[in-house]
Design a protein around this ligand. Structure first.
Ligand SMILES: NC(=O)c1ccc[n+]([C@@H]2O[C@H](COP(=O)([O-])OP(=O)(O)OC[C@H]3O[C@@H](n4cnc5c(N)ncnc54)[C@H](OP(=O)(O)O)[C@@H]3O)[C@@H](O)[C@H]2O)c1
Length: 163
C-alpha cells in the first residue's frame, strides 16, 4: 500500500527553512510506529533535513534529479515510475514522507493518509498540497497527549481512499 505520512499546522504549514517548525516527540513516535519496517520515500531536501540519516529499520528511498547522488544505506530514484514499480513489487507498505514536491508527485497514487494536525500556527515556507477530502474516508482519529514535552495540542488521523 502507498501512503502519505505528514504533520501540518492549522494553516497547512509543514516546513520552515528546510526543517519541521515544531518540536513534538509524540508525533515522531507515531511516525516511527507507522513507518517502521516499511519503505520511506522522500525528496532530497527532506532527506538532508534528517539529523542522522538514513532512518533505521526502513528501506530509505530518496528522489533526486541529481544522477551523482549516492548515500550509504539509501536507494536513489530519479522519477516517479521507479518508485511505483518498487511499490508494486514490495510486500511492505511504501510511505511517502514528503516534502511538498514529493507529495505532489504521488497525489494520484496514494491510498492511505496518516495526517497529524497540530492545532497551533507556525511560521512556514512549505505547505501541504491540497487534498480532495471528498475522496477520503476518516477511519481513525485520536487526540495526542499534551504534556511538558508535547505542548502543542494535536490529533492523529488516518484516512483511506473511498472505493
Ligand atoms: N511536516 C512534515 O510532515 C514534513 C514532512 C517532510 C518534509 N517536511 C519539510 O518540508 C520541507 C522540504 O519540502 P520541499 O517540498 O521543499 O522538498 P522535498 O520534496 O523534500 O525535496 C525536493 C527535491 O526532491 C527532488 N525531486 C522533486 N521532484 C522530483 C522528480 N519528479 N524526480 C526526481 N526528483 C525530484 C529534487 O531533488 P534535487 O534538487 O536533488 O534534484 C527536489 O529538489 C522541509 O522544510 C521539511 O522539513 C515536513
Amino acid at each position: 500500500m502507498l501512503t502519505f505520512v505528514w504533520a501540518e499546522d492549522k494553516n497547512g504549514v509543514i516546513g520552515l527553512e528546510g526543517k519541521i517548525p515544531w518540536k513534538l516527540p509524540n508525533d515522531m513516535k507515531f511516525f516511527k510506529e507507522v513507518t517502521m519496517s516499511g519503505a520511506v520515500v522522500m525528496g532530497r531536501k527532506t532527506y538532508e533535513s534528517i539529523p542522522n540519516p538514513p532512518l533505521p529499520g526502513r528501506t530509505n528511498i530518496v528522489l533526486t534529479r541529481n544522477q551523482l547522488f549516492s548515500e550509504p544505506g539509501v536507494l536513489t530514484a530519479h522519477d516517479r515510475e521507479t518508485v511505483l514499480e518498487f511499490a508494486a513489487q514490495s510486500e511492505k507498505d511504501v510511505h511517502i514522507i514528503g516534502g511538498a514536491e514529493i507529495f505532489y508527485l504521488f497525489k494520484e497514487d496514494v491510498e492511505r493518509l496518516y495526517r497529524t494536525v497540530i492545532h497551533d500556527k507556525f511560521p512556514g515556507d512549505t505547505y501541504m498540497i491540497p487534498i480532495n477530502w471528498k475522496e477520503w474516508e476518516l477511519v481513525e482519529q485520536k487526540e495526542g497527549l499534551v504534556d511538558k514535552n508535547n505542548i502543542h495540542p494535536h490529533t492523529f488521523e488516518i484516512y483511506d481512499k473511498k472505493k
